[in-house]
Write a protein that binds this ligand. Structure first.
Ligand code: PHE
Length: 348
């Protein structure tokens, strides 16, 4: 029986030696160390198996052997835990090094763009009118001559219908030359009260130069209700001009002619540069023209389903490029379409 005891004691020592050797090989590899724990101290580990063999010992030898095995188990566990802690530290060091951030390096700057000056002006004007209760309407850029001309009281043979002034797609389909056909579309869809604006692109066969472009933008305005007068038009445009050009801005209505408004006018604002005294910006006039307007012609109301005996209205058409050029002192309309970043970046 004492043979069995010494055999087991030897085996115990061997386990410790083997463990030491394997631990050395595992180094500071946490995974290898965990595997070692399973191999020696786990349920099927060599130390556990050895302890199970204690049944073969005499009852008197068992406590001796048990004590020795427990001592070894504690030693191995302590060693293993020490190694594993070291391994974790080492791994963390490596990770910290790899993930180190140098907060003193300059950041990566994503260059910020800006909205196009035309978009900015359209947004500003839209905000002013929506603030006065106007809704934003839209219509197609490819339009019927009926909506662009006929129903706006522009009869066949009118010079603006000539091929030199209008892009024709077919005899009765064109690229709209103005945003006014949206007036027609809105009136045909809804009864008063109507208060809409319509920003959009329009087309005319003009040769590009400093003040002309075959494609440009307008913002149409239309208000129809009972008892609307020229005074409402003047007051609305006064408010608009003050908000866009500054609180001291004055407006001036000059008689003009548009087929679809009666009476019609062109509207000037006091020069935002000189305040009305006369300077190069206003070409000495003191005023600068900003839009066309007038009272909607009763014929136009009637043709588009609104009773002119019950209702009246005003309309206006703002030239967006002209407004942008005035606001930002741009001297050539082509700058607005040339995609020149050096020019566009001024509007950040
Ligand atoms: N449609 C006109 C133009 O293009 C402008 C305008 C709109 C005038 C509404 C009066 C009323 O010149």
């Amino acid at each position: 029986m004492s043979d069995t005891l010494s055999e087991m004691q030897e085996a115990l020592q061997q386990i410790q030696l083997d463990f030491e050797a394997e631990a050395k090989q595992a180094g500071l590899n946490a995974l290898a160390l965990e595997n070692l724990r399973v191999a020696y101290l786990g349920k099927k580990g060599s130390l556990t198996l050895l302890l199970r063999g204690m049944g073969k010992l005499d009852a008197a030898q068992r406590p001796l052997m048990g004590q020795a095995a427990n001592d070894i188990r504690q030693t191995l566990e302590a060693e293993l835990n020490g190694y594993i802690t070291q391994a974790r530290h080492a791994e963390q060091e490596i990770r910290l090094e790899a993930e180190a951030i140098d907060v003193t390096l300059p950041g990566q700057v994503t260059p910020l763009g800006c909205r196009h000056p035309l978009t900015q002006v359209i947004d500003q004007i839209t905000r002013i009118f929506t603030g006065m209760g106007y809704a934003v309407a839209a219509g197609p850029e490819v339009e019927y001559t009926r909506y662009n001309f006929d129903l706006l009281h522009i009869p066949e043979g009118h010079p603006s219908r000539d091929v030199t002034d209008t892009f024709y797609i077919t005899d009765d389909i064109i690229l709209r030359t103005q945003t006014s056909p949206v007036q027609v579309r809105v009136m045909r869809q809804q009864q008063p009260p109507i208060k809409i604006i319509c920003p959009g692109m329009v087309y005319r066969p003009d040769t590009p130069d400093a003040t002309h472009s075959p494609v440009f933008h307008q913002i149409e305005g239309l208000a129809v209700d009972r008892g609307i007068t020229m005074g409402d038009l003047a007051g609305t445009l006064q408010l608009y001009a003050r908000q866009l050009f500054g609180a001291d801005t004055k407006i001036r209505l000059r008689p003009h002619h548009f087929p679809f408004t009666e009476p019609s006018c062109e509207v000037d604002v006091s020069c935002w540069n000189c305040g009305g005294a006369g300077c190069p910006t206003c070409k000495g006039e003191g005023y600068v023209e900003i839009l066309g307007a007038g009272m909607v012609h009763p014929w136009v109301l009637e043709q588009n389903g609104i009773d002119p005996h019950e209702y009246s209205g005003f309309a206006f058409g703002i030239g967006v490029e002209r407004t942008a050029m005035a606001r930002y002192k741009i001297d050539d309309i082509r700058n607005l379409y040339s995609n020149n970043l050096q020019f566009l970046e001024q509007f950040k």
